[in-house]
Write a protein that binds this ligand. Structure first.
Ligand code: TYC
Length: 102
């Protein structure tokens, strides 16, 4: 027998819950000047849409003023917005792209 030895030691397991990240919608806005074909190209190139889906989204934006390109974590959404605006400016199109919390 250990006599006075402490046999009551316990290891406490703390359960950690991984938080799911907030998600952000990337939106494109309509304007009067950006060619429809350029918007379809952007949706294919940066949001991995099929030509059919890209065309559907572009027409929705053309008719309603705004549309969702995709939903991403903050940094991915931020990068997509920057890529779209950069590409549009390089082609001298006024296309606007923004993000909002999902
Ligand atoms: N309205 C533009 C045109 O008639 C087409 C367009 C669609 C522009 C979607 C921007 O996000 C946009 N050429």
């Amino acid at each position: 027998d250990q006599g006075t030895g402490d046999r009551s030691a316990v290891i406490t397991q703390t359960k950690t819950r991984t938080q799911r990240p907030s998600m952000y919608r990337v939106l494109i806005l309509n304007d009067d000047y950006t060619p429809m074909e350029f918007v379809v190209y952007v949706l294919e190139q940066y949001f991995h849409k099929s030509r059919e889906e890209a065309t559907r989204i572009m027409l929705h934006v053309h008719q309603t003023g705004v549309g969702v390109c995709g939903v991403y974590t903050y940094e991915v959404a931020e990068t997509k917005v920057a890529q779209v605006i950069d590409t549009a400016r390089r082609h001298q199109h006024p296309l606007q792209c923004t993000m909002e919390k999902d």
